[in-house]
Design a binder for this molecule. Sequence first.
Ligand code: ADP
Ligand code: MG
Length: 309
Amino acid sequence: MKLAVYGKGGIGKSTTSCNISIALAKRGKKVLQIGCDPKHDSTFTLTGFLIPTIIDTLSAKDYHYEDIWPEDVIYGGYGGVDCVEAGGPPAGAGCGGYVVGETVKLLKELNAFFEYDIILFDVLGDVVCGGFAAPLNYADYCIIVTDNGFDALFAANRIAASVREKARTHPLRLAGLIGNRTSKRDLIDKYVFACPMPVLEVLPLIEEIRISRVKGKTLFEMSSILAHPLENNQDSAKQNLMHQHQDNFFTKNKIDNNANPENMYENDYICNFYLNIADQLLTEPEGVIPRELSDKELFTLLSDFYLKV
Ligand code: ADP
Ligand code: MG
């Protein structure tokens, strides 16, 4: 199954992608995550560092595909998730679509593209030019990450239009929206009422997610460290910090500190958001071919609402 996660820049695509990838791996799937954002930090919390991009590796080898080995471009990440960063075209020149095309071509040459149960493309969705829509050529499902605000929903609507367009020639469906970093969902609900599509989950602003990004770890790994602090942290200063953080985490999230460590993933309400999304995707949902709103309809829908409050 191929998934393409889209959304406005900074909305939480990579956070969502990494945690969904691990959730799918926890369900026994062999997963590859491909970062297709020129920011090339999609897989940072999975690997803990910025891995070399495909484009950098290709240009270092003068585009001699035969000189590149899988280990040059595919890096093992947390939870057994394999990671690739496509990289970006030079700023102001070149095309994101070319980069994605080269990435898929190389992975096919390396016999890696068909080896995975799930390939997840993490894609920037502000600019829906042909290039940025390229991963939709390979995807079975598109997932859109949004918050409860106008800008992200505007981007979501543009992405919905791209899905509708690609679905004419590809077996592509929109699996649904994921609301992120918002405790309110009134505008999201207004949008999906006007442009029917499923909402897979709505995640609030979670301080631990912000911290996990700074630490270069996913929520699942943080949760595992909290459950097994001694095994995971040999360094005592780090351990103290972890214990301190652990107390805050448990108090704030009302998690039973004495819970059986084996069940930590299941006990952790944040990880459960992602496991729930993974489980929905694994049922191979019908999804939708959306009919996007016109800009005018969208402005009226979302702005009228503000004017009335
Ligand atoms: P994108 O890939 O869409 O550019 P990121 O996944 O990199 O966005 O997220 C941008 C920032 O927002 C990161 O620092 C991340 O830790 C933070 N973030 C994402 N989702 C949440 C959330 N639900 N709660 C708190 N912070 C979040
Ligand atoms: Mg990103």
